[in-house]
Design a protein around this ligand. Sequence first.
Ligand code: HEM
Length: 370
Amino acid sequence: MRETAPVRYDQDRDTWDVFRYEDVYRVLSDHTTFSSNRNAVLRSNQSSDNASLIAMDPPQHTKYRNIVNRAFTPKRVQDLAPRIEEITRELLDAVEGTGEVDLIREFAGPLPVIVIADILGIPAADRHLFKEWSDKLVESPHAQHDEAYQASMMEKARVSQELGAYFKKQLDARRVTPGDDLLTVLLEAEVEGERLNEQQLLSFCLLLLVAGNETTTNLITNAVRAFAEQPELQTKLRENPDLIPSAVEEALRYYSPVAAIPSRFATQDVELGGQWIKQGDQVVAWLNSANRDEAKFPNADQFLVDRNPNPHLAFGWGIHFCLGAPLARLEGQIALKAIIERMPNIRFKAGTELQPVTSTLVFAVKELPI
Ligand code: HEM
């Protein structure tokens, strides 16, 4: 597509697909022309005051992002390293000697959920509840149409409500007794004398789960999948563990967990890649295609653990650049270092046929039996 139809109109979905690195970069960098706020662009009457951060434009986005940035400073994230190492160790200890594991169920699934629950300050006793809710929230609907799809969306709405009520209780408790956790930081964070209101706090907590858990699970799983497919990568990393951070970046580029950013809306008629996109049209930025663009990455279809530079777009770009990127990178580095050290010969279980997750916006498999 990058060669033959780099910007193409998809009649069935009524969207513009953008495939080349250069064009994806432009869409993500130019938030004035390519807005994240459907309601503003389509001049709908719906208020966007309580919208999620990811669907806001400046100036609302700038203000809100400045508040939540407080919770994800480099120091705050770096301080989490010992705790992430401990959780990693516990999860890997539990499967040591078993020979065969589904990496997602035993390790890559639970790790980010436990980490975020810890950061938020969720009591350990409630962790199982929290994991059930957040799993349900990110579960891909298995049926694309009809009643099963409706039922799955209704179930998600119900779970969001339950989780919302739970977060509300936790927030109320911290109003009385502040803790040393992210919920307290979010409650207290101020920009220009303003704090987040209750609705914004709840919607941000839900966004953290939706945006942060499945993506980090898929980063770790996709990297280990590449290691199983190309065992020479394991050898290289065992000989040179300093390359782990660069291997994490390459995994993000090579098997990008977020395949596409689906929601940008043209605020005016604009030319892109030789096509005229009309005001109000929806644009889909294909990160996985941009990250394999030969015009930007020499030998783009090879997994090079020491690729440098590696300006991939797996975390997006511009004002919506992933807020959790430092945390995802840290979790990925700690997890892969431990896996490479503790699993001397990673192979797929005999007869494995990988099942892709059904959503086209996510690049992931349902299980990784190794
Ligand atoms: C935004 C990818 C992990 C929180 C984004 C965007 C991408 C992305 C592509 C941009 C969306 C857009 O432009 O519309 C990823 C990947 C991850 C990851 C690949 C893991 C490998 C996390 C984690 C968290 C997180 C761990 C938090 C705990 C967010 C938030 C935004 C975001 C809050 C919205 C930022 C904004 O709109 O200003 N992420 N993410 N992400 N991500 Fe991540």
